[in-house]
Design a binder for this molecule. Structure first.
Ligand SMILES: C[S@@+](CC[C@H](N)C(=O)[O-])C[C@H]1O[C@@H](n2cnc3c(N)ncnc32)[C@H](O)[C@@H]1O
Length: 202
């Protein structure tokens, strides 16, 4: 079996995985400062859109690097994290669930950051449908695409053991349910979020 066709599963998301990609300064993919910047951006964009955020669902919450800054920015927010990793659920208190099991609740802001590249095509489509069902406002979304792997990422710090799909594929599948507002921020198509025409890409 090639590295690409390995089906990543919960067992892969163990202590070593999180140590390598999120803790060890020599190999980590993101710093605390970057997490704070991303959260400040999401918070400012939601405020600009006049979209109140009282509930957040963080899917594949990992080490919780978005939770700390977001809870500082939205002090009274209800924050729910889910993850398939036994390690992360035990260490950070998340609900032990896959994105595919999210069958209830709607949230003002849903985060799904760097998770869907671990799902095969069929599950990724089902995952995007879950995102749309659980989101009543804004989505912050990212997944490494084949173009990212080719042009953008630091390969030494990025997990290649994933299902690479094109940027176009993600735009098409997300576009069935969300408007792309740029910077990783999407608005659920049914949400009463008004934007200037040029601020949304479709
Ligand atoms: C690259 S890490 C990203 C962690 C976090 N979202 C971040 O950006 O820092 C991928 C995370 O997705 C989780 N994950 C993988 N498959 C999942 C699934 N089907 N449902 C929910 N979480 C999943 C992993 O356990 C891991 O915590």
């Amino acid at each position: 079996m090639s590295r690409l066709s390995r089906k990543p599963g919960p067992a892969a998301f163990d202590r070593d995985y999180f140590e390598r990609y999120y803790a060890d300064r020599r190999t980590r993919v993101a710093s605390d400062d970057q997490s704070i910047l991303v959260c400040s951006f999401i918070h400012a964009y939601a405020a600009f859109l006049d979209w109140p955020v009282r509930s957040i669902l963080d899917i594949g919450a990992g080490t919780g690097r978005f939770m700390r800054p977001l809870k500082k920015l939205w002090r009274d927010v209800r924050y729910t994290g889910v993850d398939v990793s036994d390690y992360a659920c035990h260490a950070y208190g998340w609900q032990h669930k896959s994105i595919l099991d999210l069958d209830r609740g709607r949230y003002d802001l849903v985060l799904c950051h760097d998770v869907l590249q671990y799902l095969d095509r069929k599950d990724a489509i089902a995952g995007i449908e879950r995102l749309a069902a659980r989101c009543r406002g804004l989505l912050y979304f990212s997944a490494m695409t084949s173009e990212d792997w080719r042009d953008n990422v630091d390969r030494a710090r990025s997990d290649r053991d994933v299902h690479l799909r094109s940027t176009r594929w993600y735009r098409r599948e997300l576009g069935r349910h969300f408007r792309n507002l740029g910077g990783g921020v999407f608005a659920q198509r049914d949400a009463p979020i008004v934007t200037f025409a040029l601020h949304a890409f479709d």
